[in-house]
Design a binder for this molecule. Structure first.
Ligand code: FAD
Length: 394
């Protein structure tokens, strides 16, 4: 019931933190209320970001490109099958306003050393044959990738276990207190003691923070997805649309009390968001809605139809394919939309890694590694200045 470090939550962030702590020789315990990969990390779309390190790498590059390196290491050095591929990604442009916005973003990114290209529909279709040739164009990101979320997060758990992490599933943290410099973590299966605690509880991180009076302003945002039946390989990259990023570039905050970049204002839809790919097992999967509905994961059928219509505009082959499966999950959105990684103020040896919002599958491995590095060295990597939890207390 004792360890040097206790990590709460076995999603991708917690499993990666545990893996890197154990590899550094820290005796690590990973506590999970359900199963490894049972929440967002196991049900997401599987898209991985990363458009290069750029000329002046910051937190985003450490999280995206750093994570890509860790995905590669797990699959190619440690031998886990993640279904990882650096497949590239296409983002569809639907109208003139979006085209201008996309063009400026691509030019700015290229100037800063990132690998993004603006392609005509003709050029894009030559690489990804099912794309709609009637759209205005596509932004191509050759370095982005994809992986199977369930296989991947379980592999991170297994790699952590092989490196020495003691993983306790069906163990729900119900209390947290410091007793003479030792953390006592109360659970439904007894009390565990640790020198350090890392909160990696995704959408539930705020609740754990409240146990010690700490402010971790994370809101659960429900995302939903659908899939077709399996079909032979037809779509090779990940696919998205510029509609939502263009909308959010002009309307950053949907609501003062709500996290940024959601698709809904209360019940009302304000934009359409889109991401998808074809799994190795053949199903084409898409999703996009981001609703602030508390911990209620109930699906919104009208949102699925809107999303299917949007996806069909980009990949016309979807028009003849019915939705066969649907599911949803809770994304950990911070109030400012930025990651929350670092030391919790006024609590010695208490750390957090969360706020990875809608792109935490692709950024979780790097985030876990950075928080593990902080625990091990007692010193933050400079890029973590951007994600310091103390920003919410000032
Ligand atoms: C539909 C959907 C599509 C998405 N698509 C993508 C995508 O394509 N690419 C991408 O990069 N990201 C995507 N995301 C976002 C991504 O899944 C999340 O950002 C990421 O998985 C968050 O990881 P996490 O480890 O922080 O949280 P989680 O995976 O939620 O893990 C947190 C864990 O903590 C556990 N926990 C909570 N409270 C307690 C407690 N009291 N005691 C013990 N354990 C506890 C939970 O059970 C859970 O297992 C998507 C998300 C959704 C829902």
């Amino acid at each position: 019931m004792k360890a040097d470090a206790i990590v709460i939550g076995a999603g991708i962030a917690g499993c990666s933190a545990a893996l890197h702590l154990s590899e550094a020789g820290i005796e690590t315990l990973l506590l999970e209320m359900g199963e490894v990969s049972g929440e967002a990390s196991g049900v997401n779309m599987g898209g991985l970001g990363g458009t290069g390190w750029g000329t002046s790498p910051g937190l985003q590059e450490y999280l995206t490109m750093g994570s890509l390196n860790i995905f590669k290491r797990l699959q190619m050095e440690l031998g886990f099958d993640l279904e990882f591929r650096q497949s590239g990604s296409f983002t569809a442009i639907h109208n003139e306003d979006q085209y201008l916005y996309a063009k400026n973003r691509v030019l700015e990114s290229q100037k800063n050393g990132f690998n993004l290209q603006l392609l005509s529909s003709y050029e894009a279709k030559a690489i990804e044959p099912e794309l709609n040739i009637d759209l205005l164009g596509y932004v191509y990101s050759p370095t982005r990738g994809q992986a199977d979320p369930l296989k991947t997060t379980r592999a991170f758990g297994q790699a952590a276990s092989q490196a020495g992490t003691n993983i306790q599933t069906n163990t729900m943290v119900t209390g947290l207190r410091s007793n003479q410099g030792i953390w006592e973590v109360e659970t439904n299966r007894g009390v565990y003691q640790g020198q350090s605690v890392v909160i990696a509880a995704g959408a539930w991180s705020k609740n754990i923070g409240e146990m010690v009076g700490a402010n971790i302003p994370i809101e659960p945002v429900v995302g939903q997805m659908w899939s077709t039946d399996p079909l032979p390989p037809r779509v090779f990259s990940t696919i998205s649309s510029f509609e939502s990023s263009f909308h959010w570039s002009e309307n950053l905050y949907v609501d003062d009390k709500s996290p940024p970049e959601l698709t809904h204002f209360g019940e009302e839809r304000v934009t359409r968001h889109l991401y998808g790919r074809q799994r190795k097992s053949g199903e084409i999967i898409f999703g996009g809605d981001r609703r602030n509905a508390g911990f209620n994961k109930a699906l919104d059928a009208s949102g699925l139809e809107v999303n299917k219509g949007h996806a069909t505009e980009v990949l016309p082959l979807l028009s003849g394919l019915p939705i066969s499966t649907t599911w949803s999950g809770l994304m950990p959105f911070s109030k400012d939309g930025k990651p929350v990684i670092g030391r919790i103020p006024e609590n010695d040896n208490l750390y957090v890694v969360t706020g990875l919002c809608s792109s935490g599958f692709g950024r979780g491995p790097g985030a876990g590694m950075l928080v593990a590095d902080l625990v091990i060295r007692s010193e933050s990597h400079p890029v973590l200045a951007e994600s310091d939890p103390a920003r919410f207390d000032s």
